[in-house]
Design a protein around this ligand. Structure first.
Ligand code: FES
Ligand code: FES
Length: 133
């Protein structure tokens, strides 16, 4: 198995001090929830966004049941999307996350989980807004 030293210090920092761990009210109309799983390993990530009146993401929380790289990816993802518009957040790619964390190729699917979770949360939020019309 890979030594912990094989991992970039940013991964270790986000893994040891994950940002924005927690839960937002799933039932709130201003909250979008994304729940995704990685077929490759069975890890699961839940990422939630709270969107303000101006369409900006005012809060983001996650819970990840998975490996250190998945936890670090979701921690970084919540940091990046806070303050962004929903449209801007939707453009975040797993390759951006993997590059920032210097993930090795075998861990790329962990960052894909974060991209998928952001997109799923945005979709859930968007569906809720349609149902208000
Ligand atoms: Fe073991 Fe992801 S495969 S934690
Ligand atoms: Fe599967 Fe990281 S090993 S999400």
């Amino acid at each position: 198995s890979l030594s912990i030293r094989a991992y970039h210090e940013k991964v270790i920092d986000h893994y040891e001090n994950p940002r924005n761990v927690g839960t937002l009210d799933k039932k709130s109309k201003t909250v979008g929830t994304g729940l995704v799983g990685a077929p490759a390993c069975g890890d699961v990530m839940r990422l939630q966004i709270e969107v303000g009146d101006d369409g900006k993401i005012v809060d983001a929380k996650f819970k990840t049941f998975g490996c250190g790289s998945a936890i670090a990816s979701s921690s970084l993802a919540t940091e990046w999307i806070k303050g962004k518009s929903v449209g801007e957040a939707a453009t975040i790619k797993n390759t951006h996350i993997a590059k920032e964390l210097s993930l090795p190729p075998v861990k790329l699917h962990c960052s894909m989980l974060a991209e998928d979770a952001i997109k799923a949360a945005i979709k859930d939020y968007a569906v809720k807004q349609e149902s208000l019309e």
